[in-house]
Design a protein around this ligand. Structure first.
Ligand code: NAD
Ligand code: ZN
Ligand code: ZN
Length: 361
C-alpha cells in the first residue's frame, strides 16, 4: 500500500517547482519510510531545478532533512519506528573497493531506496541526492537514516547536506589544525559552515570572502576574523594581507565557479590546500592556471563531496557539539517556511537573503 502525500517537484529544466500529490510506497527490504519534520533548501536543489545536475526530470527536491522513522522494511533490524533521524546521502555499502580499503567516506556504491516514489499517474520521480524530502513522507534506504539525539529538527536536518559539507570541507578534507589560517570563498550555507568549522578546529585567522555584505556579517558572527567583499577588493591580495603576506594554509571554494577556484588557488600559501566544495555545472572547465604555478606552489587541490563525512560518526558528534553550545546550528536557520514556499525560497537564495530557508512540516 502506498501513501498519497504532498511533495515539491521540479517538473522540467528551469521550470518553476510545483507542490503536488505524490505516491510513497510502503518500505520494502532494506528501506525505511520517514515522516519529514524539517528540510533545508540547499543550492544543489536549485542546481537540480535548473538541469545542472542531470536531466532525470521530474525531480522530487529536498535532501537536507530530519524526521522520524515511520515504518521499516521487513528485514531492517538496525532502525526502530519512532527513531529521530537525520537523512544522509552516504549510506555506505561496506564492500566496494573503497569500503574494503577502510575508506568508507569514499564509498562508490552508496544505497538508496529500491522502490520509486511516483506521481499519481505512476510516473517515477528522481529524488534529489536519493532523498526527496520536500515531502510529508519519503522513502529511503535504511542506511540513509542516521539516528541522533532528539533536538530542534530545523537545526539537525542541516547536517544532512550543506552544513556537513562545509564543516567537513575544513575538518576532514582540509584537515585544518589549531593555528592554521583559512580562507573561505562564498559564505552561503556551505561556506558559512566552513567558517564555523575553521573556528571549531582552532584556526586563528579565518578570512571570509563573498560578494554580499550580509553574508560577511553572518560569517563574522560564526567566527570569521577578517572579511572581504570581492566586488570591492581583490580577494587574493586581501587574503595575503590578512596572513602576513603569504596566503592561507587552507582555501575553501564554496561557490562552484572557475574564477573563484582560481582566486582560492592563488590565495593560499605555498604547500597549502585548496578544497573545492562548490558544485560546478557541466559546462565549466578548470581555470587556465600555468602548470608551473600548479607545480611550483606545491600543496594539494582537493574536491570535497559531502565534506568527506561519515554520517554515523559525524552526525551524532556534531549534535553533541550543538547541544553543548559549541556549534551554533540555529544561526544557519534564517527562516522557516512551508512546503508551498520553496520556489520563493529559491528567489531569496538567488538574492542572497538567506543562509538557509528551512521547510517545517
Ligand atoms: N560538495 C558538496 O558535497 C556540496 C554540498 C552542498 C552544497 N554544495 C554546493 O556548494 C555551493 C554553495 O551552496 P550553498 O547552499 O552555500 O549556496 P548559497 O547560494 O547559500 O551560497 C553561495 C554563496 O556564494 C556567494 N557568491 C556568489 N558568487 C560569488 C563570487 N564570485 N565570489 C564569492 N562569493 C560568491 C553568494 O553571495 C552566496 O553567499 C553550491 O554550488 C552547492 O551546490 C556542495
Ligand atoms: Zn562502499
Ligand atoms: Zn545539498
Amino acid at each position: 500500500m502506498s501513501h498519497r502525500v504532498k511533495g515539491v517537484i521540479a517538473p522540467g529544466r528551469g521550470q518553476p517547482t510545483q507542490l503536488t500529490d505524490i505516491l510513497v510506497p510502503a518500505p520494502g527490504p532494506g528501506e525505511a519510510l520517514v515522516r519529514v519534520h524539517a528540510c533545508g533548501v540547499c543550492h544543489t536543489d536549485l542546481h537540480y531545478r535548473q538541469g545542472g545536475i542531470s536531466d532525470d526530470f521530474p525531480f522530487l527536491l529536498g535532501h537536507e532533512a530530519a524526521g522520524e522513522v515511520e515504518e521499516v522494511g521487513p528485514d531492517v533490524h538496525t532502525l526502530e519506528p519512532g527513531a529521530f533521524v537525520v537523512l544522509n546521502w552516504r549510506a555506505v555499502c561496506g564492500h566496494c573497493r573503497a569500503c574494503r580499503k577502510g575508506r568508507p567516506q569514499y564509498c562508490f556504491s552508496t544505497a538508496n531506496a529500491t522502490q520509486k516514489m511516483t506521481l499519481p499517474d505512476g510516473a517515477p520521480l528522481s529524488p534529489a541526492l536519493g532523498i526527496g524530502a520536500f515531502a510529508e513522507l519519503t522513502l529511503v534506504a535504511a542506511g540513509q537514516c542516521t539516528p541522533v539525539p532528539r533536538v530542534r529538527p530545523e537545526a539537525a536536518g542541516l547536517l544532512g547536506c550543506g552544513v556537513m559539507a562545509g564543516l567537513g570541507s575544513v575538518l576532514h578534507t582540509g584537515k585544518v589544525a589549531p593555528g592554521d589560517s583559512v580562507a573561505v570563498f562564498g559564505c552561503g550555507g556551505v561556506g558559512a559552515a566552513a567558517v564555523a568549522g575553521a573556528r571549531l578546529a582552532g584556526a586563528t585567522t579565518i578570512v571570509a570572502v563573498d560578494v554580499d555584505d550580509r553574508k560577511l556579517r553572518w560569517a563574522t558572527e560564526l567566527g570569521a576574523t577578517h572579511t572581504v567583499n570581492s566586488t570591492r577588493d581583490d580577494p587574493v591580495e586581501a587574503v595575503r594581507a590578512a596572513t602576513g603576506g603569504f596566503g592561507a594554509d587552507v582555501a575553501v571554494e564554496a561557490v562552484g565557479r572557475p574564477e573563484v577556484l582560481q582566486q582560492a588557488f592563488y590565495a593560499r600559501d605555498l604547500a597549502g590546500t585548496v578544497v573545492q566544495v562548490g558544485v560546478p555545472t557541466p559546462d565549466m572547465a578548470l581555470p587556465a592556471i600555468p602548470m608551473i604555478d600548479f607545480f611550483g606552489r606545491g600543496g594539494a587541490l582537493k574536491p570535497s563531496w559531502y565534506g568527506d563525512c561519515l554520517p554515523s560518526r559525524d552526525f551524532p558528534m556534531l549534535i553533541d557539539l550543538y547541544r553543548q553550545g559549541r556549534l551554533d546550528l540555529d544561526h544557519f536557520v534564517t527562516e522557516t517556511i512551508g512546503l508551498g514556499d520553496v520556489e520563493a525560497a529559491f528567489d531569496r537564495m538567488r538574492r542572497g537573503e538567506v543562509l538557509r530557508s528551512v521547510v517545517t512540516l
